[in-house]
Ligand binder design. Structure first.
Ligand code: FAD
Length: 379
């Protein structure tokens, strides 16, 4: 496994999953001089015409930027992001009220998921079509569709294969592995708000929110001057709407200001383009097996998206692992348990905060603002 080149010995790392966290992780290991191979089941997104992902854009925050900075990618990614200084709350009457994210000058960034993933995917990447992968003590075994398999030996196997991780399944077979998953009753659907006369249809430097208590819509800006609107709603509510006219009726009732911006015809068709997607929260522990295998990103901790920290926390996993590698001289037998010890409580806390924000964003943000206005405007 260890490859001797000249005087130095290169350790081999296999990263399973070339999504956001796997791709960034590969940059970290490569920077350390390891021989890194990434295995990804999707086709190569750098050349694919249609890129499927869990959302079109996402919010990058300080936590994620710190990790990007470490591998020299921060500026490149930030230059293609759109700063969002505040949430912009849309009331039912169409009134817009900003709530800043922090102090003046502080912001989070709206970034394009596919572009971010493409920028991070560098080095040795192998694309294979079977989703079946097994981990033994020394190798990742990839099953081909014809039944044959390929064994890739490595010093370390890193599971970055997302919320439905095949690597994590191997952990489930072991004693004293804790695992829990919770699907929330809400699903999500993405709709596009096009530019108007070549300009953004709403103020671009905000994360727009339409809180409506049991459901909500949010919109993040894109570089092409569109907004991606995401409607979060209980599945049973999604299912009640079965015709284009019912979509318009629903939007008229809850999001009337968005109808002229998204467009009646677009709403009537886009709503039925894809079914609403599920959201799951997953916690597990430990994150490692011996000195050979470790989980990071959604494979270790899928969180609901309401705190905007899933990817950011996954990026931070890579940075924390890197720091522990420095502290413990790259000795996997001590690095992996230490990573579990340090990281599990923090990731579980993020999962809990995300679940809390699930209610905060759609309901509390509404009532707090209402109370504030009550004080200021005496309404
Ligand atoms: P993924 O992005 O799921 O990547 C996993 C990769 O592994 C994929 O490329 C997949 O094809 C591959 N794979 C799967 N199985 C195998 C296998 N057996 N072998 C090889 N490869 C495999 N996070 C934020 O920080 N900010 C946000 O604003 C935000 N918004 C979100 C909005 C929505 C609607 C959703 C659903 C999520 C959002 N998130 C956000 C969370 C974020 O999307 C995830 O945390 C992030 O994608 C995790 O990255 P990952 O690389 O761990 O997993």
């Amino acid at each position: 496994m260890e490859e001797t080149t000249g005087r130095s010995t290169k350790k081999k790392v296999v990263v399973v999953g070339g999504g956001l966290v796997g791709a960034l992780n590969a940059c970290f290991f490569a920077k350390r001089g390891f021989d890194v191979e990434v295995f990804e089941t999707r086709e190569d997104i750098r050349i694919a015409k249609v890129v499927k992902g869990r959302s079109i854009n996402l919010a990058l925050s300080h936590r994620g930027r710190q990790a990007l900075k470490h591998v020299g990618m921060e500026e490149k990614i930030v230059s293609k992001g759109i700063p969002m200084h505040a949430r912009m709350i849309h009331s039912l009457s169409g009134k817009q009220s900003p709530i800043p994210y922090g102090r003046k000058g502080q912001f989070i960034l709206s970034v394009d998921r596919a572009n971010l993933n493409k920028e991070l995917l560098t080095g040795k990447i192998f694309f294979y079509s079977s989703a079946k992968v097994f981990v033994t003590y020394v190798a990742a075994i990839f099953l081909r569709s014809d039944g044959s398999n390929e064994q890739i030996k490595a010093d370390l196997i890193v599971g970055c294969d997302g919320a439905f991780s095949a690597i994590r399944k191997q952990f489930l077979r072991r004693s004293r592995f804790n695992y829990s998953q919770t699907y929330i009753p809400h699903g999500y659907m993405e709709l596009t708000m096009p530019p108007i006369n070549g300009e953004f249809a709403m103020k671009p430097n905000y994360l727009h929110i339409w809180p409506r208590n049991t459901f909500m819509m949010i919109a993040l800006p894109n570089l092409d001057k569109t907004f991606t609107c995401t409607l979060f709603m209980p599945f049973e509510e999604f299912e009640k709407i079965t015709t284009g006219d019912e979509v318009i009726e629903f939007f008229q009732k809850y999001f009337p200001d968005t109808i002229p911006l998204i467009g009646v015809d677009a709403l009537k068709t886009d709503y039925f383009r894809l079914p609403a997607q599920a959201m799951v929260s997953i916690k597990c522990s430990p994150y490692h097996i011996g000195d050979k295998c470790v989980l990071m990103g959604d494979a270790a901790h899928a969180v609901v998206p309401f705190y905007g920290q899933g990817m950011n926390a996954g990026f931070e996993d890579c940075l924390v692992f890197e720091e522990i590698m420095d502290q413990l001289n790259e000795d996997f037998s001590t690095v992996l348990p230490e990573y579990t010890r340090v990281r599990v409580p923090d990731d579980h806390a993020i999962a809990d905060l995300a679940m809390y924000n699930y209610v905060e964003m759609r309901a509390h943000v509404n009532s707090k603002w209402f109370l504030f206005r009550k004080r200021v405007d005496n309404i």
